[in-house]
Design a protein around this ligand. Structure first.
Ligand code: FMN
Length: 175
């Protein structure tokens, strides 16, 4: 199985993860960090992992806490802090000769860097063969909508699905 593991506070990284899984094909599943237990990871062929950029890198306990004070949109949708942070999940990632890829969601401009690169560095250090460069998907800083995924810029769902298809082809080329 291929898994697309995500940390997502307002549902945007989760929406990207689901599109990547759809692009990867029937044998792929998107899941939050808490569901991607070491056993699930150990059984995977490909592990794609993604998180939002917070303060130029992976979310920290402090940045997650500050998101608590930033509900999204007019209806004030609360940040979902119910899953393990990507940073913590990576710290207990099983090592192994698996395939990997990393992505993040970020705003356009100089602030939007770092989370995907940090994930890719850990995956590579833990023995994963990276199928592509770390990949970023663009979100808006604000939205008036309070629905999960409402920050995603136009075209990013399609771009995520296309990236999943590219990862699938890259994995097949290595088989
Ligand atoms: C506390 C906090 C800090 C953030 N810092 C950055 C940043 O440094 N660079 C950036 O591009 N986006 C930043 N953002 C915007 C997030 O990237 C955006 O909220 C995220 O991609 C939404 O994804 P999610 O719904 O999966 O959490 C920040 C957001 C929060 C809540």
């Amino acid at each position: 199985m291929d898994i697309v593991v995500y940390e997502s506070l307002y549902g945007n990284t989760a929406a990207v993860a689901r599109e990547i899984a759809a692009g990867l094909g029937e044998d792929a599943r998107a899941m939050p960090t808490s569901e991607a237990t070491p056993d699930v990871v150990a059984a995977a062929r490909l592990v794609v992992a993604g998180a939002p950029v917070h303060a130029l890198s992976l979310p920290t306990a402090k940045s997650r806490e500050s998101a608590r004070a930033k509900p999204q949109g007019h209806e004030r949708m609360a940040a979902d802090l119910g899953h393990v942070a990507m940073r913590e999940w990576l710290a207990s990632l099983p090592r192994g000769a698996r395939l990997g890829a990393a992505f993040d969601t970020r705003v356009k401009g100089p602030l939007g860097h770092g989370a995907a690169t940090a994930i890719a560095t850990t995956l590579a250090a833990d023995g994963y063969t990276l199928l592509d460069e770390p990949h970023g998907f663009t979100v808006h800083m604000h939205t008036s909508a309070s629905t999960p995924g409402a920050l995603l810029a136009a075209g990013e769902r399609e771009a995520a699905r296309a990236w999943g298809e590219r990862l699938r082809a890259a994995a097949a080329a290595l088989a």
